[in-house]
Design a protein around this ligand. Structure first.
Ligand code: ATP
Length: 191
């Protein structure tokens, strides 16, 4: 049975915390592939993002270039509207009926899981891999959710911090991959 990780997020922009999460999940849960899924619009960020989806997707592809176990799937962007994980997971199950799926989340999302659309059904379809997030308590998963909390490589950076630093004119080197620094600069994002 194939062991596939699914990693949804806004990725506005992708940062090294995301990349370290994916690395930890691959190693600790012995996954074969990790599929990054940029959201069209997060249900938890109703204002949406000003960053064109095409640029969020491009930065993600650039950040993952050449890493064959990591891929980007833009199905949520193509579907448009608010992106619900249940729809995405069901689509992946149709595509790969022989696979087992793990869904990667940061510790800050554990208390929100019961609010995710069709949470009970989602809980029956995937196991969750929770990555500790500095500054956020790590609460264990509770019924009906299954999965495990990983050690991870705790790294206290968020996309919000990246956007704030760009706006303030502070460097973001080493917090995001160099190619993402370049794309942010070339497209005058987050100013
Ligand atoms: P923002 O600051 O805009 O809210 P974010 O940094 O939380 O963005 P998202 O793309 O919204 O990034 O997050 C996707 C997933 O990655 C979420 O499950 C989030 O909890 C998790 N995540 C992001 N950064 C980290 C981190 N440094 N450590 C652990 N989990 C993280």
């Amino acid at each position: 049975m194939k062991r596939i990780g699914l990693f949804g997020g806004s990725f506005d922009p992708v940062h090294c915390g995301h990349l370290l999460m994916a690395r930890a999940a691959m190693e600790e849960a012995q996954l074969e592939r990790m599929i990054f899924i940029p959201a069209a619009q997060s249900p938890f960020k109703p204002g949406g993002s000003n960053t064109p989806a095409v640029l969020r997707g491009a930065m993600l592809r650039q950040a993952l270039a050449g890493q064959t176990q990591f891929e980007v799937d833009e199905l949520e962007m193509h579907r448009g509207g608010v992106s619900y994980t249940i729809d995405t997971v069901q689509e992946f199950q149709r595509r790969h009926p022989d696979a087992h799926f793990w869904y990667i989340i940061g510790a800050d999302h554990v208390p929100l899981l019961t609010k995710w659309r069709e949470a009970e059904k989602l809980a029956s379809l995937v196991e969750f891999l929770v990555i500790p997030r500095p500054g956020e308590p790590t609460t264990p998963l509770s019924e009906p959710f299954r999965g495990q909390v990983l050690r991870g490589f705790p790294f206290g950076v968020s996309s919000t911090i990246i956007r704030e630093r760009v706006k303030a004119g502070l460097p973001i080197d080493h917090l995001v991959p160099p190619v993402v620094v370049e794309t942010i600069r070339n497209n005058r994002l987050y100013l």
